[in-house]
Write a protein that binds this ligand. Structure first.
Ligand code: ZN
Ligand code: ZN
Ligand code: ZN
Length: 380
């Protein structure tokens, strides 16, 4: 009773199911777009509640529900496989006959039912005992036996608009409120909490990526940060943060993040460019000026410390007017940081790799200059 297709339906099914599992567990954008996220499925009948209204309760229920949903995936595969091989491929006339021929399949099915059943009993036990043994609540109870009032305070802090809630990857989120740091993973055991007053944050490492999935120019830097708690019983945890969020996170923390390895944190492409710009300018000849230097008109903080001093060869090269550097007679009015930012802002934003070799108009007189024409002013 073959259906006359070359590839047996079981192989096609296995392939699709595999892709489905990866997409569902790792929450690819497509799956979230289709509403196939554990949060969405668990919102049916409002079982998880609202995160804004009751943050702690939402996290407790969401983590339990996600874990059970994930644990059902093997069962779905085995039962689907049994169905497809008997009904579509027609290898056996009924599922019972198939299982009789393949007892290991039946054993697998039994195990795949027992695991979610065991987890369900565990969650049921947590639920009937008022969640006090849920891993997140256990951690909260280290801070206060009266975890319900702690939970109320935490809910209030979460509702404030100045909290930080960052999606670190499709599975993890970092939440920082006035007093608490939370890492929210998908399952009950991947929820972490630490009070700011006894936490110390360490910048452990970083990784750079030239191609970013978020579409940022010039690549992305990710920082590996560890939160250590001085409170006994509270385990430390790590997360990986886009460096663009670093300052944002630091501003919300009462203690500063320790950067023992002195890792240079890049914030934006422009800032990364600024380092290179300053390095390049430092290699140019320096000039001294007779006038007293005023503060930079860009930031009003630094003293003006650069002058445009055309020394490059481009004017005598006889190229088109567009491509030449022109003398600038403006007095020093800018600091090197502001001039670098100005330079970056005048370039083609989609091609940061061309910035160094490009030209830029003087912010005041608009005469064109290249990087060789920027000179630092020597004091005195
Ligand atoms: Zn400035
Ligand atoms: Zn000028
Ligand atoms: Zn030039």
């Amino acid at each position: 009773m073959s259906i006359g297709v070359d590839a047996p339906a079981t192989i096609v099914f296995s392939l699709f199911y595999f892709i489905f599992c990866i997409g569902f567990v790792y929450q690819s954008k497509e799956f979230v777009g289709l509403g196939l996220s554990p949060e969405n499925i668990l919102s049916i009948k409002d079982w998880v509640g609202s995160e804004e209204m009751d943050f702690v309760n939402f996290q407790i229920r969401r983590s339990c529900g996600t874990f059970i949903l994930h644990s059902l995936l093997p069962f779905g595969y085995l039962i689907g496989y049994s169905y497809v091989t008997t009904q579509l491929d027609g290898n056996y006339s009924s599922m019972t006959l198939f299982w009789r021929a393949w007892p290991q399949m039946l054993n697998g099915l039994v195990v795949s039912v027992l695991i979610p059943a065991a987890l369900l009993s565990l969650v049921w036990y947590w639920y009937t005992t008022g969640w006090k043994d849920h891993p997140l609540v256990k951690k909260m109870r280290i801070y206060s036996e009266d975890w319900k009032s702690l939970s109320k305070d935490l809910n209030t802090e979460f509702r404030r608009i100045d909290k930080i809630s960052l999606s670190l990857n499709p599975l993890e989120r970092l939440v920082v409120t006035d007093n608490w740091i939370l890492l929210l993973g998908p399952w009950p055991w991947s929820l972490h909490i630490s009070h700011q007053s006894d936490s110390s944050l360490k910048l452990l490492n970083y990784d750079n990526h030239n191609i970013s999935t978020e579409g940022e120019l010039g690549g992305t830097q990710f920082l590996h940060i560890e939160v250590q708690s001085r409170k006994p019983g509270i385990s430390s945890f790590r997360f990986r943060l886009n460096s663009l969020e670093y300052q944002n996170l630091q501003d919300k923390l009462t203690e500063s993040i320790q950067n023992i390895k002195s890792i240079t944190i890049y914030k934006t492409v422009s800032e990364r460019f600024l380092d290179v710009f300053k390095e390049q300018v430092a290699q140019n000849d320096k000039v001294s000026v007779a006038d007293e230097l005023e503060s930079c008109i860009g930031c009003m903080v630094e003293t003006a410390n650069v002058k445009l001093n055309r020394i490059c060869e481009s004017s005598s090269a006889g190229e088109g007017v567009e491509d030449r550097c022109v003398n600038c007679y403006c007095r020093p009015m800018w600091c090197i940081d502001c001039l670098g930012k100005w330079w970056a802002s005048r370039q083609d934003q989609s091609k940061p790799e061309t910035w160094l070799g490009a030209r830029c108009p003087c912010p005041t007189c608009r005469s064109m200059f290249c990087m060789l024409d920027v000179s630092l002013i020597t004091p005195g």
